[in-house]
Ligand binder design. Sequence first.
Ligand code: HEM
Length: 321
Amino acid sequence: MNSTGSKWLLSLLLLAVVAAADAQLYESFYAAKCPQGPAKVAEVVKSWIAKDRTLAPALLRLHFHDCFVRGCDASVLLNGATSEKEAPPNKGSLRGFNVIDDIKAKVEALCPGVISCSDILALAGRDAIVAMGGTNWSVPLGRRDGVLSLASEANADLPSPFSTFASLVSNFGKKGLSTSDLVVLSGSHTVGLAHCAVMQPRLYNFSSTVKTDPALDPTFATALKKLCKQGDVATLIKMDQSKAVDTWDPNYYSNVLRGRSLFTSDDQLKRNPAGVKVVQQMNKAPSPFNKAFGDAMVKMGKIGVLTGTNGQIRKKCFVKN
Ligand code: HEM
């Protein structure tokens, strides 16, 4: 076979492997071995969120950062001097690891060695959305856990808040996600917190000619400057200044259209015809956001999963067996 032929064969084989992995994830995966497991995850998520409402967005973000690096294999949870946790996009910013450890301990007590850390992340992400008032969806299950976690991969694969539209599309495309998935999943920035560090360039050091990003609504920029003083990298501010940190709604899209979203990567979604089309669709009342979001999360949750006899079921989420 010539080299073009063998490349085709390889692509077909890869497609078959991806399709096979997909087929092995299904909602009732634990029905026989640990029927109470998924409900236990939801119960523990709820109890933590009742104490600290900011944990709901944090749990959602953990699942995203897991899936984008090495697939949804719980590699984000592994400790190590050069693990994903240590990479700048994660360090000091990802939260909720203690919640995952607590969930794991409680599901291990129910059914030892059965429920993977990667499935716990997928379930906790969904349960967090439900706790914030979002719509429920079925989470396909059966992921297994990886054994490797590299900061270098987190640096390469996680999108930067300073990204252009083209680089966001390319970043999501590499993970099998479309422009529409990018816009819909970015709607997560309707909840949660961000460090003032991310806002410094947009507020005070945008370019050699303008200090403040002209894409920001001027009133909004003035308000943000009160919350994030020049040089402040530590203060946490709400993603959506108009409501509580954990109110799940499509308001993000209205913010994007009005120059009231925090990051350049958010603003960029309206700077392209394909992007703005989806932003406008999501911003319509009644918004198709909740349904679209559940569908996109299911798609994201299937990135690079380990199934069957691949990987392992970790006993503790922060260390491989
Ligand atoms: C499109 C590219 C994206 C970029 C560039 C981006 C970037 C960021 C940044 C910089 C923060 C603030 C971190 C901090 O200052 O501590 C953040 C927070 C957050 N992101 Fe994204 N993100 C993106 C997409 C997503 C997606 C796809 C999801 C979920 C599916 C998501 C969910 C969240 C949540 C919930 C928070 C708040 C976390 C918390 O309160 O602890 N983001 N994101």
